[in-house]
Each structure stands twice: as C-alpha cells, then as structure tokens.
Design a protein around this ligand. Structure first.
Ligand code: PFF
Length: 470
C-alpha cells in the first residue's frame, strides 16, 4: 500500500499544506489572464458553460486520479508511471506518459514565464502611477510598447525564471506553503474590490450577460476543444504537476474532498476575474476578443480611475505575479524531481538545468510579439491562419497535450490499475461516491475527450449534427 513508501523529496506538513500548494498550482495566469481572453475570443456564455461542465465532470475526477497515482507511486511522474505499471503487470511504456508530462511542463512554462514577466513589468508601471487617469488608448499603447520590445521582455522573463528556479531549488516545503496561505485570500479580496468597480462602471449587466448567457451559435468546434483544454490547464491536470504534488501527500487525506475544494476555489477566481474584466471592456467600448493583452489593457483603466488605484493596482499585479509563481513551480517540479531521482543531482543543480532549457524555449514566445509577429508557420490550416509561435505553443500544450495526457491518466487509473487498489488508495470504500468517480473516469472522460478531438478535426462533425456553429 502507498503508505509504506515515502517520497525521497519529503512530504507536505498536512492536508492544508497540500490544498494550499495544489490551489497555488491551479490558480494562476490561467484564471486571471487566460480565462477572460479565451472566453472573449470564443463568444462568452456558451464557452463558459462548456468550460464549467468540463471542470465538474472531467476535471475533478481526473484530479482525483492524478493525486491517487502520485500518492501511490511516491516518485516523480515518470518513475511513478513506471512503477505503477509494473505493479499492475502492464507495459513499462506507460512511463512515456510521464515523459510527455515533463515535455508539456517545459513548453508551458516557457511561455508562462514570458506572460508572468508582463505582470512583473506592470507592477512597476502601476507603482509609478503610469495608469492614473489613463484612457483605453493610453493603456493600449503602454502595453504595445512593452511587448514590441524584445529586450525588455527577455529581461522580465529572465527575472521570473530566476524567481521560479530559486524556490524550486529550495524544495517543496520551505517558502511555497507559506506564500499560498496569504496569497489566495488576498487575491480574492482584490478581485471582489475590482468587481465593486465593475459594478459601478455602468456596464456590469452587459458584462454578466456576455459571460453567462449562452449562445451556442457562437461556439465553434475549436471553441469546444479550447474549453476542454482550458479545464485541464486551469486545474494543472494532464501533465503530472498534480501527480507530483500528490506524491508528497500524507496518508489518510481525503483525495475527493481536497480535489473538490481546489476546483471550486479555482473556478471562483476565474469567474470573479471575468466579472471584473468584461464590464470594463464594454464600458470603454473595447473588443472582448482582443486576445492575450486583454487584462493588461482593461484593468489598468479601472486602477487609473479608482481612489487608491496606484496602491490597489500595484498590489493586484504583485498578487498576479505570486499566483503565476506558485503555478510555475509546479510546472517544472516533475522534471526536477526526475533529475534528482535518476541522475542523482542536487535540487539546485536540477533547477539550474531545467531553468536554462525553459528560458531558452521562452525566446520563441518573446519574439512572437515583436520580431516574428508576422510569422504564421501553420497558416495553411484555417484555425491557425494568424497564429504565431506563441499561439501554436499554447494550442499544442493546453488543447492537445493536456487533454491527451488526461485521457491516458484516466485509462491507466481505471482500465489498467486494479480496481481494488484504487478503492484502497482513494479511501472511500466501495461507496456510491467511488462508483461515480469510477464511472466518470472509465467512460465519460475518454468518450468526451475523443468526441471533442474528432469534432475539431472534422473526422466526425458533431457540431453540424447538433446544429451548432462550425
Ligand atoms: N493552472 C495554472 C494556471 O491556471 O495558471 C497553469 C498550470 C500549472 C498548468 C501547472 C499546468 C500545470 F501543470
């Protein structure tokens, strides 16, 4: 049983520490930066409904599966998969699932760090009162000046990578646990305040309507895949981040309860962010589909006009950096844990190696916003007509690698691993809750992921069959 094994990297101090760390991993740029802009690009309400269904029906069960595998394996995802496959008498090739996760983590962190660098840059802009009284054109030009300057982007990206690797080098427990304890509540308070501003903006209803009134004629097949991919991305699923955190989880912690708590908090942050941003978009006549710069071009307007905006704005971007920081750590942890286990490296050495690879890959994203902004390598495919390298990296990781990783985690957990072992590890007995989990992971997740993939490739056009948008 899992409890006989201990992770060589140590364990969390308790359930709360795990919840905080996993929430720190889940809540990040995905909630505040990405969710609003992809909801905006994909028509709002219908996208949000599909995303919420994916969180509840696929995300929570897969999170439970990942934590369960991690806790049973007690090693980095690569070695956990190898070990659990052996235990179940299955092919050692399952370890490739761990490898795919490590690759996804590197690729995601490469662009994640660049965007987190924008947030860092905005801390100074806000503290320097650059947004006071700003108009929508004013903030748009501040944003353009930043992203069109590769040197500045590289500097911020470098700073963020150094911050990330410093914490990773120190190990799971010191620093990380404490940061999240204050960060998540503080983020809630600020988002609620921003909602207060949005409420007074005169377009709150319009913002809510955009976000919550579904119009399925606006949701394309690709939009479905983006909603599914985002459910994985925002909960940090499908690549081993939650699995590796699960491997540090003490025995006898309820995996079901913790997973539901984490998913709930994560969703709340995303919805609060959306409810703060869209009213500002509409009140200022901006375009909800403006893309990756959306929060950087909307929230500064709010900070520029509210009392105490310099302080609150600065605090907000500081919190955003923290949220990104606690997620970034989990993106690289599977790779670092593996380097320590299999190459006998110290954590410091492993962090430097992993950090340098990621930093280099990050240059692709840096240049996507300036020198290579007209480079659209897959322009011959309709949905990628205007996609830059950054867009493609994001699409490949969030919409393809994570759902596929999640699909394989589901298959392993309930088709390969012994049912008795999962009963024991989830510690729910053979209850109705366990059976619901088993059913969702065994049938619903695989079928849903496959349908969404077939639909986007038009191999089977479910959207047309249901009369939805193409
Ligand atoms: N969940 C993080 C966010 O929403 O910002 C991003 C992320 C972290 C994705 C860790 C995947 C991961 F493994």
């Amino acid at each position: 049983m899992g409890g006989k094994r201990e992770s060589i990297h140590g364990v969390w101090s308790g359930r709360l520490a795990f919840v905080l760390a996993a929430t720190g991993s889940a809540v990040g740029l995905g909630n505040i930066w990405k969710f609003p802009y992809i909801a905006g690009e994909n028509g709002g309400g219908a996208f949000v409904i599909v995303y919420l269904c994916c969180i509840g029906i696929i995300g929570v069960p897969i999170m439970m599966a990942e934590v369960m595998l991690g806790r049973r394996g007690r090693r980095s995802p690569i070695n956990t998969m190898r070990h659990l496959a052996r235990e179940a008498g299955a092919s050692p090739h399952w370890r490739w699932l761990g490898w795919a996760g490590v690759a996804a983590g590197f690729l995601i962190l490469s662009y994640y760090s660049v965007i987190a660098g924008w947030a860092l840059a905005y801390v100074w802009r806000s503290a320097g009162a650059m947004f006071v009284g700003a108009t929508s054109e004013g903030v748009a030009s501040i944003f353009d000046q930043l992203v069109t300057d590769p040197e500045r982007l590289i500097a911020w990206h470098t700073l963020f990578m150094v911050m990330t690797m410093t914490v990773v080098a120190r190990g799971v427990r010191s620093g990380l646990e404490k940061a999240v304890r204050y960060l998540v509540p503080a983020l809630f308070v600020l988002l609620i305040m921003l909602n207060g501003y949005a409420l007074a903006s005169g377009a709150f209803d319009q913002g809510l309507e955009f976000l919550f009134t579904p119009d399925f004629s606006k949701l394309s097949a690709n939009g479905f895949l983006i909603a599914l991919g985002h459910a994985f991305f925002t909960l940090s699923l499908g690549m081993g981040a939650i699995m590796v955190y699960g491997s540090y989880l003490p025995e006898r912690t309820s995996i079901a309860k913790t997973s539901i708590t984490i998913a709930f908090l994560d969703t709340l942050v995303a919805l609060l962010a959306g409810m703060a941003i869209f009213p500002i978009v509409f009140a200022n006549g901006m375009d909800p589909g403006a893309g990756a710069g959306l929060i950087f071009q909307t929230l500064p307007i709010a900070f520029g006009h509210m009392a105490g905006g310099v302080v609150f704005g600065t605090l907000f971007f500081v919190l955003l950096v923290f949220a990104a920081w606690t997620s970034a750590i989990s993106l690289i942890e599977p790779a670092v844990a593996w380097l320590v286990e299999n190459h006998g490296m110290t954590r410091v050495h492993a962090s430097v190696v992993a950090g340098m690879i990621t930093w280099t890959a990050g240059l692709l994203t840096v240049f996507s916003f300036n020198l290579w902004s007209d480079f659209h390598p897959l322009a011959f495919i309709e949905i990628f007509r205007t996609a830059t390298l950054f867009d493609l990296l994001d699409y490949l990781t969030a919409n393809i690698m994570l759902p596929l990783g999640g699909l394989l985690i589901a298959v392993f957990s309930v088709w390969v691993m012994q049912r008795d072992d999962s009963v024991q590890e989830l510690d729910m007995g053979d209850s109705a809750g366990f059976r619901l989990w088993y059913f969702l992971v065994r049938y619903v997740t695989p079928v849903a992921v496959i349908i969404v993939f077939l639909n986007v490739t038009k191999l089977v056009n479910f959207s047309a069959l249901l009369g939805l948008a193409e």
